[in-house]
Design a protein around this ligand. Structure first.
Ligand code: FES
Length: 86
């Protein structure tokens, strides 16, 4: 799984670095570092909808330090579980 987080200036101001730090912690806590490639990105375009994160090319907007855990559960853990069920 490839996860990219926007570190452009608009997203940065909205807390992208905090979100990136928390996502990295969650990836480490769940021992998923081997399954997830986690990268920072330049501006992805929809700056007014930041913070923007892409999961395997699918864009998710309006992440915040408050909803990052719920996002991780829904869009990352659930997806990984679905794939391992196949
Ligand atoms: S700064 Fe994140 S989309 Fe532009």
């Amino acid at each position: 799984m490839l996860i990219r987080i926007c570190m452009g200036s608009a997203c940065y101001v909205l807390g992208a670095s905090k979100i990136a730090k928390r996502l990295q912690e969650l990836i480490d806590e769940k021992a998923l570092a081997d399954s997830i490639d986690f990268k920072a990105s330049f501006c992805m375009g929809p700056c007014s909808e930041g913070v923007v994160v892409e999961v395997d090319g699918q864009r998710h907007c309006r992440l915040s330090p408050e909803n990052v855990e719920e996002f991780f559960q829904r869009e990352i853990l659930n997806q990984i579980e679905k794939r391992s069920d196949r």
